[in-house]
Design a protein around this ligand. Sequence first.
Ligand SMILES: Cc1cc2nc3c(=O)[nH]c(=O)nc-3n(C[C@H](O)[C@H](O)[C@H](O)COP(=O)(O)O)c2cc1C
Length: 189
Amino acid sequence: MQTTEIIQLRRSIDPDLYNGEKVDKKIIQEMLEAANWAPTHGYTEPWRFIVFEQPQIPAFGNWHALLYKEETAPEHFLDKKFEKIKNRAQHCSHVIVCVNKRGTKNNIPEIEEIAATSAAIQNLLLVATAHRVATFWSTGGMCYHPKFKEQLGFEESDSVLGIIYIGKHDGEIPKGKRNSDWESKVNWK
Ligand SMILES: Cc1cc2nc3c(=O)[nH]c(=O)nc-3n(C[C@H](O)[C@H](O)[C@H](O)COP(=O)(O)O)c2cc1C
């Protein structure tokens, strides 16, 4: 497939639609290697990835849901949300938590490291797409809660950029949509 074709084919596919089959670890490694080739100002290479694979996926779901329970006031706690967080990855092959590790080079602003980590995430997604592996970038659940990154061993200055759900999907790849075409977002000078 041509690069542009892969970019256009990439879709967010709901993890509830995955079939539970395992994705070859070599593909996951190829995704992570591609991530490491993202552009990086000052070579801070701030992307970090925590990879959960079967049989650790249920433990990840339990941990995430428990964190929701522990950190939510009883009057705001919802059983439905607890179950959703717990079971979100149940049909996944892998889950990758993507973190921006804030560097110590003062001349590199945080926005540039977040930009680099976001580019690394897109590399992951595109390699998955090239192998017809389904992905879903989520920032739901407790993703942005300080305890989420803390319990994964990160510091206050680091940022979780998302949870990537990964699996196999039998159906058609959904058709993408954009509210407006590229030309309307470009101003040629
Ligand atoms: C930073 C980021 C966070 C996202 N978080 C969520 C999320 O929490 N829940 C969700 O349903 N989709 C999330 N998405 C996926 C978007 O909904 C999806 O990209 C959008 O619908 C466009 O569809 P496409 O990815 O198939 O082109 C996220 C995407 C990005 C870039």
